[in-house]
Design a binder for this molecule. Structure first.
Ligand code: MLT
Length: 399
């Protein structure tokens, strides 16, 4: 038996597994410490009762002759696909139900999509970025080229003047930086993809957090995107489904990827459960107002964090179109992580875990409760003042 040799090219742990490992080590050493997680982007607001009612109704239905369901369609039930079509229509974007594929979340959708490509492709990925893209491509043995997202371009990587790509990953609003593309910026990526005969794999998992019309919610708002893009979306952050698991992928019908993905799903996936799809449908129909309230509550937490950062003069991005605040600590990100945990018992995510340009930066999420976010920020203020005093003496500077 020969193991996948690409495994050895991965870091020892996936980013969030490493964060958990360090937090667990700290908790076992100090079992009574009250740790607040502003680390992994996991939601805390309980599910909408609309979703719970849909779940109950579907489950009861399954116990009846007429409501029983066995295997579902590989691409998802029509009731959910149509709800997704209407969700796009509400924002002026026309897609067809045959272009919608229900998944068990955007992460799986994006990772599994690599099954459709040859390993002889050049994959372009912004740095910093959600680490699952990079790690999935390392596992597949693909050639990766990075495009820089830095303070200079407000953490929005733009197409390089020179250079070629076959597959391009974009995430907007961005995880981890919270930055979001506007129409002109995204049009440059679409033009670049069309010139290169490339596909854009567009992660729109945080689109519900977009505040105004200047930022783009779907790449299909951009002329030309139907000829080069695939969009991944999720109920996780808009409806609290991180544990429930449901998402969707939009693949234009004219693309060969549409039929290939259906074929791939038929081989490897028997669909998201009927009950979960009913819950998801409820959140795009009668439960949509509840979803908007959840998003608004997380954005309120983001504002609690950014107000304090403004007062402390901390440099940051995000928090407006996204549940992430990305701030500059100016020192090695893992050293900062350990210090913040030790001194304030707050968990963050070190920026270097998202790529080399992330070193010196830190990500906080607004997904904890308002009470815990307020408590974290109360602890953060004295912590930060003390940190500034010792920063030059104790830490590895990153400028
Ligand atoms: C994150 O913290 O980056 C996300 O929650 C991870 C994910 O969505 O898989």
């Amino acid at each position: 038996m020969k193991l996948n040799k690409n495994f050895k090219n991965l870091k020892e742990n996936y980013l969030f597994a490493e964060v958990s490992r360090r937090v667990e080590a700290y908790s076992s050493a100090f079992p009574n410490s009250d740790i607040i997680s502003l680390g992994i982007g996991d939601v805390t607001i309980p599910l909408s009762l609309k979703a719970v009612d849909a779940c109950k109704d579907a489950a009861i239905g399954l116990s009846t002759k007429s409501g029983f369901r066995g295997y579902g369609p590989y691409d998802g039930y029509a009731f959910l696909k149509n709800a997704v079509v209407d969700y796009y229509k509400m924002r002026g974007v026309e897609i067809h139900a045959d272009e919608v594929f229900v998944t068990d979340g955007a992460k799986n959708g994006i990772g599994n999509f690599l099954d459709l490509f040859d390993s002889d492709n050049t994959v372009m990925i912004p740095d910093p970025v959600y680490p699952a893209y990079v790690d999935a491509n390392i596992l597949a043995g693909n050639k990766i080229v990075y495009v820089n997202a830095t303070e200079e371009n407000e953490f929005l990587a733009m197409p390089p003047k020179k250079g070629k790509a076959d597959i391009i990953y974009l995430c907007s609003p961005n995880n981890p930086t919270g930055a979001a593309y506007n129409k002109e910026q995204l049009k440059q990526w679409v033009d670049f993809a069309l010139e290169n005969d490339a596909v854009i794999l567009y992660d729109a998992a945080y689109e519900a957090y977009i505040d105004d019309k200047s930022a783009v919610r779907s790449i299909f708002e951009i002329t030309g995107a139907r000829d080069c893009a695939v969009e991944f979306c999720s109920f996780s952050k808009m409806a609290g489904f991180t544990g429930v698991r449901c998402g969707w992928t939009v693949i234009p019908m004219a693309s060969p990827l549409n039929r290939m993905w259906l074929h791939r799903q038929a081989i490897k996936f028997n669909g998201t459960s009927y009950v979960v799809q009913k819950m998801a449908e409820s959140m795009l129909r009668g439960g949509y107002e509840d979803s908007k309230k959840m998003v608004a509550a997380y954005k309120k937490n983001a504002k609690i964090i950014t107000d304090k950062f403004d007062a402390l003069g901390i440099k940051y991005t995000g928090g407006i179109h996204a549940p992430y605040i990305w701030f500059n600590c100016g020192v090695d990100s893992w050293e900062f992580f350990d210090y913040l945990l030790k001194k304030a018992r707050i968990v963050c995510t070190p920026g270097s875990g998202f790529g080399k340009n992330g070193n010196g930066w830190v990500r906080l999420t607004s997904f904890n409760s308002q009470e815990r976010t307020e408590e974290a920020i109360k602890r953060f203020e004295p912590f930060w003042k003390e940190f500034i005093d010792v920063r030059d003496k104790l830490f590895t500077a990153v400028r």
